[in-house]
Design a protein around this ligand. Sequence first.
Ligand code: LCS
Length: 421
Amino acid sequence: MKTDFKKSSALRKNTKAIHAGSVEHSIYGEISVPIFQSSTFVFPSAADGAARFSGEQSGYIYTRLGNPTVNALEESIAALEGGFAGIATSTGMAAVGIVFLALLNQGDHIVATNCIYGASRVMLEKELTRFGVRSSFVDTSDFSGIERALLPETRMIFVESPMNPSMKITDLRAVGRIAAKHKILYTVDNTFAGPYLQRPIEMGADIVINSLTKFLNGHSDVIGGMIVTAGEELYKKIRRVSQVFGTTMDPHQAWLILRGVRTMPLRVERAQENAMKLARFLESHPKVSWVSYPGLAGHPQHRIAKKQMDGFGSMISFGVAGGIESGITVMNNVRLIKLAVSLGGVESLIEHPASMTHASIPRQQREEAGILDELVRLSVGCEDYEDIRDDLNQALNEIREPKALKPKPADGRQNRRPTRR
Ligand code: LCS
């Protein structure tokens, strides 16, 4: 018998990560969900085939429309997010795109966080505008800006929190109240936290997106995305569009990600423990000019993060004395930490958003969003803390003569403490 995780909300998140998302096991009693590597499924009769197409009968038809292995992953993430159901997609960007394609029409308007993943911003600004959908970008860490940006045509609020890469936090409950008051759809990209640390549906979101490429898979070896809706109506609408546009996930991809989800809580706990220590280490390092990590008491939205997250995660942004020249020195001198984009894997990664993940956003808009040239982003992994710290320390010490610190750090970042190491 499968456990119904919608009804068994009493089960806790570690248990859900391990058990949610299964199939009725075969005569062999396999413990792992099998990989149903089949593009199509045999109908018992022509009448059954017709009944499945009409929706009168449940059962699989064709893998673009649904597959048992992919469905197990959809059940797993939907249970973790506390939503109605999930729609797996080939990539995280496919999840972002399908939500927009399914729910927005020509003439509609979106209010979005100004500091979001570069490709999401490009999608809104360069691609959706071709279909007559306009966007306004605001710093949603000050939620009053959202109401000011609303137009009669506004159909969706799209928020990323923590923001990639500034690590600012948006008060998700407050935005939920604004969306409800104005009867606007509310979508949260939860990639930077993931459902183990933050569940936006509990705070009023209608739709949650995760790039499964990150914490949920966690091994930097698979790409994937997931949309979870709070209710059935939105689920049906988005699922239909995903099937028609063919953004479906492959069963082997789903199996690998489900394998990652089973150990996700352990990895997330370990990485965020490392991140808290590293944030404090960086804060007190003489060559670091500012650190943005929601777990630090001086982070401008630390209290909101504490209220709405079960932990502060493992992403850190920081600036180095001497600006980007010094940042480049750090990135070129790390040995254990790898110079690569992406995040949420067991290994620590470092990158430079202004020239890499967010390079496609024009400079002025980047700077308005707090994505300054000097910002270096660190995805903290599960290695021994001391090894990550020593590697960062030796790379920071390659900076020979730091220039004077910038006098005024942008909003969302903290000055380093005066302590000397
Ligand atoms: N949403 C967020 C917040 C992301 O950070 C990313 C990818 C995506 C969506 C898209 O997911 P994907 O299609 O890659 O699975 N973020 C990346 C980053 O910051 N570095 O490399 C990829």
